[in-house]
Design a protein around this ligand. Structure first.
Ligand code: SAH
Length: 252
């Protein structure tokens, strides 16, 4: 059995209870060493074999899993945040399907939620934005042309940009080309929920300078939109005394 597990954004107590239990029971752990907090490995039992996938190919990961399966062992494949975002899990699952190896998926707290926690943000403020666009700049991994930053910027929705810390000048340029103003609020969250977490509130126009001045080159998320700073928003309807819901009658 293979468990794909979301490790959470960094803090070792932000893994789920289920994920922690899988780590405690695992015979083999393959963890994404570039981003998973190694403190999580302390949950494993003494006899567990641990592999760092940052140094492995897909084929090597699969061969470790196959060997474990042949010996009747349980493997945890530990991915940062939630595996569904930029986790490269589909390609592993497809091979496991071909080989008849069973697996399941234990979600985790994504870093974009960790980043909201770091800044006490609500990404979906009434009247400001009711959508969150999760995207990235293209790097060595291509992004489909119809998903350009400019086209997303045109929505003026809250935007969370992954995997792009080294490309902030270009990110700003595209955001502005797409319709954001230079002074639209933005934030950079470095290592959300880790002990050395850092947060910087800036603007679309000052993203690159802010990162440079603070030596932020990786492991960061960029958050764009008026939800980041002081925008006027409407109260929620859900908690409005004059609003009847399935669970509560309006009081006036
Ligand atoms: N599956 C992960 C994302 C993996 S892609 C998740 O759900 O969070 C790797 C990128 O995620 C990094 O380049 C960075 O942009 C972001 N990231 C991961 N952990 C982070 C953290 N603790 N703080 C800020 N950004 C983080």
């Amino acid at each position: 059995m293979v468990h794909f597990v979301g490790a959470g954004p960094g803090a070792p107590d932000l893994i789920t209870i289920r994920g922690k239990q899988y780590l405690e029971e695992a015979d083999v752990i393959i963890y994404a060493g570039s981003l998973v907090n190694p403190k999580l490995l302390e949950y494993s039992k003494d006899v567990c074999t641990i592999h760092n996938s940052a140094k492995m190919t897909l084929e090597e990961v699969i061969s470790v899993i196959e060997r474990a399966e042949a010996a009747g062992k349980t493997t945890v494949r530990l991915h940062t945040g939630d595996p569904c975002l930029y986790g490269a899990i589909r390609e592993q699952m497809d091979i496991l399907d071909e080989k008849g190896i069973s697996y399941d998926y234990c979600p985790g707290v994504s870093s974009f939620c960790g980043a909201a926690g770091a800044l006490n943000l609500e990404y979906t403020l009434p009247d400001i934005s009711q959508s969150v666009i999760i995207t990235r700049m293209e790097g060595r991994t291509p992004v489909p042309a119809k998903e350009s930053i400019q086209s997303f910027a045109a929505h003026q929705a809250t935007m969370v940009v992954f995997l792009s810390t080294g490309m902030l000048e270009e990110l700003s340029r595209r955001l502005i080309e797409g319709g954001y103003t230079e002074d639209t609020p933005a934030a950079i969250v470095y290592k959300a929920t880790w002990d050395d977490e850092k947060t910087f509130v800036c603007t679309v126009g000052t993203l690159a300078r802010t990162a440079k001045e603070n030596n932020i080159t990786k492991t960061a998320l960029m958050i764009i939109g008026d939800v980041v700073a002081g925008a006027h928003y409407d109260r929620s309807r859900l908690y409005d005394p004059g609003f009847t819901t399935e669970f509560r009658k309006a009081s006036k």
